[in-house]
Design a protein around this ligand. Structure first.
Ligand SMILES: Nc1nc2c(c(=O)[nH]1)N[C@H]1C(S)=C(S)[C@@H](COP(=O)(O)O)O[C@H]1N2
Ligand SMILES: [Mo]
Length: 216
């Protein structure tokens, strides 16, 4: 099947889930509720989810553009990105397709460092993440700036594999994992919200796993 065909099939299947409200359980599991959000199950493996294409971006060609409602728009190349202060953070993954994966150790640049660099204007309220595969997803600027959010280039101490979004992906642990854009290309800071790829296809605009904001 062609890439376009695969993508269309995958998108249609997930849109049907949203229409049917599948996986909504409405109640947390009392034994696991402290760490496992309602309706989720723990996995040891690390599933790969994409739109049927995994872009290959050589480090020499990789750029990250941060622009929009900011004082100082910036385009980083690989050396510029790696020269920024690096942190490590451990967090859990919760995917809307029901799997959760604990204790992911991410290395990269805190989103707060990126925001300090570009200085959002007072009108800035939302962030649109754009990826090399054409994917987009949207977040509140305040949520994007939270502790634990980073632009990651390594996972458990090894460079992030292409299938998981390398060279660099967003990691936004507080929300379902579709908000964590892989193959990150551009961070657009905006005044007016704009729903992204899954958000316009029946998925929730915010995506908090603890209140099961799967569809909306
Ligand atoms: N660029 C891009 N980012 C993406 C996606 C995608 O298709 N393209 N899928 C999202 C979804 S639905 C999930 S669950 C996670 C999956 O990340 P993983 O493949 O590393 O588990 O990436 C998210 N980020
Ligand atoms: Mo997902």
């Amino acid at each position: 099947m062609s890439d376009d065909g695969r993508r269309a099939k995958l998108v249609a299947a997930k849109e049907a889930w949203a229409r049917a409200g599948r996986l909504l359980t409405g109640r947390p599991d009392p034994d696991k509720a402290l760490r496992l959000p309602p309706g989720q199950r723990l996995v040891e493996s690390w599933p790969v989810l994409d739109l049927g294409v995994q872009p290959h971006v050589p480090l020499a060609d990789w750029r990250l553009q941060i622009d929009g409602e900011v004082v100082n728009p910036v385009t980083l190349d690989w050396d510029g990105f790696r020269a920024l202060p690096q942190i490590e953070d451990m967090s859990d993954i919760h995917c809307v397709t029901q799997w959760s994966r604990y204790d992911n150790r991410w290395t990269g640049v805190a989103t707060s460092v990126i925001l300090d660099l570009v200085q959002p204007l007072p009108v800035a309220r939302h962030v649109i993440l754009h990826s090399y595969d054409g994917y987009t997803t949207n977040l509140c600027l305040d949520h994007f700036a939270e502790d634990g959010c980073l632009l990651a280039h390594a996972h458990d101490g090894v460079p992030l594999a292409r299938e998981h979004g390398g060279p660099v992906r967003a990691v936004i642990p507080r929300f379902y994992f579709w908000k964590s854009a892989k193959w990150l290309k551009r961070i657009e800071i905006v005044a007016v919200d704009k729903p992204g790829f899954w958000e316009v296809r029946g998925y929730h605009n915010v995506g908090d796993p603890w209140t099961e904001q799967r569809y909306g």
